[in-house]
Design a binder for this molecule. Structure first.
Ligand code: BT5
Length: 325
């Protein structure tokens, strides 16, 4: 109901009386007043004037459905958005919902208290500073294709950043780099059996408006936010809508016939590692090599001392000789 009321206030240029709202929604004036207070708590600035009613002055930079729907152009993604002020991990919540959820359901939170990276690592997710979202996908294809979705997600984020005027690169397979530091990461998780994908959860974390002192000291040498990198605050809701639009655009092709060509081209064109000497880290094993290209399956082609090999994304991290990139 709260959502319907905010929509109504959005549509009305001037004031709308409490009486009119209560008639339209079939609620008591007190119930309307309670919803208005709850919206104010969410950060909406609503003016209330006796005998005139309510008027929306400004909306908060929330990343819920109401705030982004006007900008969405998606067909598969965003069948439904589950929005949380605070949650442990949107990927964990998405996995909980995935069996029953329709493909394209998105879980998004303003804050994560135990955001996850790959291989048991953590993802710093301070309140209202970043975008923390997980998309439930159910492609009808072999589970071996799942790793490609990480690249598809990375390509979508790079395109969305470009839409917002920000130049970014991809450090294969899942890091998004802005001005030499990591500004976003992708975490893909899958449930599958006997050649069938039950579901995939594509998690996207983007550092948007953190100031430098808000980046934890242990990652300050390699992490950044869009605000730090560009010197200006970015509207999270606008960027989030672009990410979902771009993801949909690329995913529609992939779901139809496994076509990853465009996403792979973006990963190659915007690669932060191709053409560089790198170190492939797998557990305790570290091997120096030279990143040559990304092949048709999204694997990184690396020339090691022993010859050319393809590296699969699942268990590896990449470092350059100089450190992070
Ligand atoms: C990733 O892992 O880059 C995947 C991040 C995915 C986060 C999203 S948020 C929504 C969804 N729900 C979740 O719970 N997760 C997903 P990885 O490549 O393993 O990088 C993790 C490493 O990056 C950590 O070990 C830190 O060194 C560093 N790190 C942690 N938080 C960071 C941040 N906010 N920005 C940049 N680097 C960070």
């Amino acid at each position: 109901m709260k959502h319907k009321i905010i929509d109504r206030l959005h549509d009305e240029e001037g004031f709308i009386s409490g009486e009119k709202l209560s008639e339209e929604f079939g609620l008591s004036r007190t119930a309307i007043w309670k919803h208005i207070n709850s919206l104010k708590e969410d950060g909406y600035q609503i003016e209330s004037v006796t005998r005139k009613g309510y008027r929306l002055l400004s909306s908060p930079d929330l990343i819920n459905y109401d705030e982004i729907k006007g900008e969405l152009k998606t067909s598969i993604i965003v069948k439904r958005i589950e929005h949380f002020q605070s949650i442990g991990s949107t990927n964990d919540k998405a996995k909980e919902l995935a069996w029953k959820a329709e493909e394209g359901t998105v879980v998004v939170a303003e804050e994560q208290t135990s955001g996850k990276g790959r291989l048991g690592r953590s993802w710093d997710s301070p309140g209202r500073k970043g975008i923390y979202a997980s998309v439930i996908l159910k492609p009808d294809m072999e589970p071996s294709n799942a790793a490609k979705l990480t690249l598809l997600g990375a390509a979508a984020v790079v395109l969305a950043l470009e839409d917002c005027g920000i130049e970014a690169q991809i450090k294969w397979p899942n890091d998004i780099i802005v001005k030499g530091k990591k500004a976003a990461g992708i975490l893909t998780e899958m449930s599958s059996e006997l050649g069938i994908i039950n579901y995939i959860v594509l998690g996207i974390g983007i550092n948007v408006n953190q100031d430098i002192e808000e980046i934890p000291s242990d990652i300050i040498t390699k992490a950044t936010s869009l605000k730090i990198a560009t010197g200006k605050a970015i509207q999270r809701k606008h960027l989030f809508a672009q990410v979902l639009n771009r993801l949909d655009e690329l995913y529609v092709q992939f779901a139809k016939n496994g076509d990853m060509d465009r996403a792979l081209d973006i990963c190659r064109e915007k690669s932060a590692v191709i053409g560089k000497d790198i170190i492939v880290v797998q557990g305790r094993n570290q091997r120096p090599g030279h990143a040559v290209s990304i092949n048709h399956d999204g694997e990184l082609m690396v020339r090691f001392e022993e010859g050319l090999e393809h590296v699969i994304s699942g268990e590896v991290s990449i470092r350059t000789e100089y450190g992070y990139i």
